[in-house]
Ligand binder design. Sequence first.
Ligand SMILES: NC(=O)C1=CN([C@@H]2O[C@H](COP(=O)(O)OP(=O)(O)OC[C@H]3O[C@@H](n4cnc5c(N)ncnc54)[C@H](OP(=O)(O)O)[C@@H]3O)[C@@H](O)[C@H]2O)C=CC1
Ligand SMILES: O=C(CO)COP(=O)(O)O
Length: 336
Amino acid sequence: MTGSGQKAPSGWRIAVLGGGAWGTALALAMLRADHFVRLYARDPETVAAIDRGENPRYLPGIALQAGIVATSDIEAALDGADCVLAVAPAQSLRAMLTTAKGAMPNGVPLVLCAKGIERDTGALLSAIVDEILPENPVAALSGPSFATDVARGLPTAVVVAARNEGLAADLAARFSAQNLRCYSSDDLIGVEIGGALKNVFAIAAGAVTGAGLGASAQAAMVTRGFVELRRIGAAFGARPETLMGLSGLGDLLLTCSSAQSRNFAYGLALGQGKPLAGLRLAEGVPTAAIAARIATERKIDAPIITAVAAILDGTITIRQAVSALMTRPLKTESDV
Ligand SMILES: NC(=O)C1=CN([C@@H]2O[C@H](COP(=O)(O)OP(=O)(O)OC[C@H]3O[C@@H](n4cnc5c(N)ncnc54)[C@H](OP(=O)(O)O)[C@@H]3O)[C@@H](O)[C@H]2O)C=CC1
Ligand SMILES: O=C(CO)COP(=O)(O)O
């Protein structure tokens, strides 16, 4: 919808790169917003399944509305696109954009839909786009939105951010549909940081639940985790009010309270001492490691992130982490 309540122009040719849960759900959302959708999945079996109206590997039990043109040919997906949604996991974004580079239409917006920070470099995903596709304006779509909810057409609100306010507003208007409400923001970094870091705390929340530490510990962890998220956000230049919004607080609320979250489920298994092999994608694992490194390098106080990274790399146990967190020097709460 536009600011005047009018539906924005439909009929864009949108290329969705990534045939997983979120790529498939967003492809459906873009169809509902009356766009033409081509979906690139590198796995031909996924393409064949989408052609049959399903994606059982990533969205089991959900019937896909007809209309998504699936292909494992990235050039065909990108040909003539007005806009591109990048929906591979954060750690695979660089590889996918490198594959896309030769076929990417000049000047069309590239919308990041992954949530994470590059493990090896500490780069935000927008910096990877700037490096590989400097001719394409970058945007990010983030916020509390489980793929299954969006795929089912349940009411969902997200935020679309770009450095250029006009671009963000245009994309938000074009992507919005009856049950997908897109807010806009010109705080690209804030929206990226909120989406990336909430995954780390979702793992922590799952671990607290799994280890049976209680609802009070859970609330304390999420609240103090949010302080760390804001500290790291501030160091990157994110606006505090962005982090109080959908991509930040909103997504923390969702994924720190629901085992539907893969990051929460990962933490839950960790806390219960169950095997982690075979679990679904948990973006918070690589992001915890790099966020802990960033905090150390920039001298940002982030004890929960540091503890999650140490638990994940096996350096400490959950009990040891809790004991260390509970015995830190006392301080005023307003010391953000
Ligand atoms: N699922 C959700 O509810 C939401 C997810 N997100 C974010 O979206 C991102 C993607 O998540 P999601 O779709 O759920 O993940 P999935 O694990 O469901 O799917 C990942 C997809 O990415 C593909 N892929 C991986 N590497 C490459 C590559 N180099 N080139 C092309 N395709 C590649 C995989 O292909 P293959 O099958 O061949 O391995 C697969 O189709 C994550 O950052 C996540 O945090 C954001 C909001 C909601
Ligand atoms: O980001 C998400 C919802 O907003 C999805 O969370 P998970 O990746 O933890 O499932």
